[in-house]
Design a protein around this ligand. Structure first.
Ligand SMILES: [Zn+2]
Length: 511
């Protein structure tokens, strides 16, 4: 009895500590999501593009850029006007880099600096203030007109921008759009009519640079998903707008662009190829018609800069169009590399976690199978986590944790059974060291520690930022399941059930 009391106490303390962790980690997750979607990242190295020498586009008097927000490559190929205009010029596949969010991608398009170089990686509803010092700010009289979400074009440094901001909130527009269907005949809702009319006026003006941002396709993507008929129908409406716009100055140099695609069920932000690689076309004076291969969005920045005769930031990796078309990227080349420091640190943490786990596990059945099964269940049911998925950002994460609930029963059962014959410390290490190490490694590789300690910095890297969201919950839930098993055993002994002989043997072994 003298020995049993401290053991009961230590078990209670351990269970309470695990339950406290299970309580705290979901809060840490919400903090991480807030940091990801709000702040800028520390500027870092861009992806390396194949270099070479060659001529850029010649300057022209009129450059016209239309960007259809959220238009996926496979949908663009079905649009009659888009395809007909593209046939008159060079059709390219454009990798928009990572992450695939409108403001960061369009900042790369108009500055020539990748998301990693600028640190602009998300900034949900946070306009750039001051605006970007990129191409538009160097072109007197440059004009941008957005269908809605005007804070994006207002962030880019154009001399004249529509719509104007809501005086009370710079992220909102003074003119609101109700995005109803558009055909040239119907003209759509009041702002649709006004938007296309204003854009047409700008395009047929003498302005050297005009940018038109069509937003309805992205809205449809979020609402219905890429695979829905509504998304395709909305893309055709955008195509009808393009028909009107192109007719306003068909002899200009045109860029038809998109900033990202959409997942089948809607969503973007991650590194999926179908989201990251979009179709784009350059048409007009000096452009040889034909099919080009994969280029980077900063190459398009360079092409626009050459077209309006201004210089990009010397740090821009953007290449002259002839070089970009001659030296295409490989499919993953636009993704930023994992920095050596954080990557190495993460691998070290993983190795320590695995070694410690291996030293504590006595039988194969005592390994943390629950964790492997939880991760596998998530991937099997929902797919590999990416920043395009809504579930990553949801405050409670039910869509995710419903998939790993059965694995928690395994964590409980494994702990319960192991405590019959093994000391508490050994069971805890066996069940939790590897999961905690995996979580710490993920947080390390995305550079999340400063953010979690209060720094206003966005820990955004491919794959691991997205994985951190479910991992924080899986580890929290696993800790709770282990804590409940420990509590259960403690209650069972407190009510005086005789412990089996093996326990005493293992206690001796432990001592
Ligand atoms: Zn969107």
């Amino acid at each position: 009895m003298r020995l049993a009391m401290p053991r009961t106490t230590s078990r209670l303390v351990v269970a309470a500590a695990l339950l406290a962790l299970a309580w705290i980690l979901p809060t840490v997750r919400r903090q991480l999501i807030e940091d990801v979607t709000t702040w800028d990242a520390r500027p870092s190295e861009p992806a390396q593009l194949p270099g070479g020498d060659g001529p850029g586009l010649s300057p022209v008097a009129h450059t016209r850029v239309v960007l259809i927000d959220g238009l996926a490559a496979d949908t663009a190929r079905t649009l009659p006007v888009w395809s007909a205009v593209c046939k008159r010029g060079a059709t390219l596949t454009i990798d928009v880099g990572f992450p695939t969010i409108s403001l960061p991608v369009e900042s790369a398009l108009w500055s020539g600096l990748t998301q990693q170089q600028s640190g602009i990686v998300f900034r949900s509803d946070r306009p750039l203030d001051p605006a970007l010092r990129g191409i538009p700010s160097q072109v007197p009289g440059s004009v941008a007109i957005a269908e809605s979400h005007g804070y994006i074009v207002r962030s880019l440094g154009f001399a004249s921008v529509q719509p104007k901001p809501d005086p009370a909130d710079a992220a909102r527009d003074a003119t609101t759009t109700d995005e109803v269907s558009f055909t040239p005949a119907s003209g759509g809702a009041p702002w649709s009519r006004e938007f296309v009319a204003a854009a047409t006026r700008a395009i047929s003006s003498e302005a050297r640079l005009v940018f038109v941002h069509i937003l309805r396709v992205d809205t449809a993507g979020h609402k219905f998903g890429h695979d829905a008929a509504e998304y395709a129908a909305t893309a055709r409406e955008a195509d009808a707008m393009l028909d009107v716009l192109f007719a306003a100055d068909p002899s200009a140099r045109w860029f038809l662009l998109s900033d990202h695609g959409h997942l089948p069920a809607g969503g973007h932000g991650g590194e999926e190829l179908a989201v990251r690689q979009v179709q784009g076309c350059v048409i007009g004076p000096g452009v040889t018609p034909g099919l080009g291969s994969l280029v980077h969005v900063v190459d398009i920045a360079r092409a626009i800069a050459d077209s309006v005769d201004v210089k990009l930031d010397p740090a821009s990796p953007g290449r002259p169009l002839s070089v970009a078309m001659r030296l295409p990227l490989s499919s993953q080349q636009a993704l930023p590399n994992t920095p050596l420091g954080t990557g190495g640190g993460a691998i070290l943490i993983l190795i320590i976690g695995l070694v410690v786990t291996a030293s504590a596990v006595r039988r194969w059945s005592g390994a943390p199978w629950w964790f492997a099964i939880a991760c596998a269940s998530l991937v099997l049911v929902r797919g590999e986590p990416t920043l395009s998925m809504r579930m990553i950002y949801k405050p409670h994460g039910q869509t995710m944790f419903i998939t790993w609930l059965p694995a928690l029963a395994i964590a409980f059962a494994a702990t319960w059974i192991a405590l019959r014959s093994q000391p508490l410390w050994r069971v805890l290490v066996a069940q939790l060291a590897a999961p905690f190490a995996a979580l710490a490694a993920a947080l390390t590789v995305c550079g999340a520690w400063p953010a979690l300690l209060g720094a206003e910095v966005a820990p955004v890297v491919p794959r691991y930022t997205a994985w951190s969201s479910p991992l924080l919950l899986i580890v929290a839930h696993g800790a709770a399941a282990v804590a409940l098993a420990v509590l259960g055993r403690t209650v069972q002994s407190a009510f005086g059930r005789r412990e089996p002989r093996e326990t005493r043997r293992s206690d001796r072994e432990a001592a």
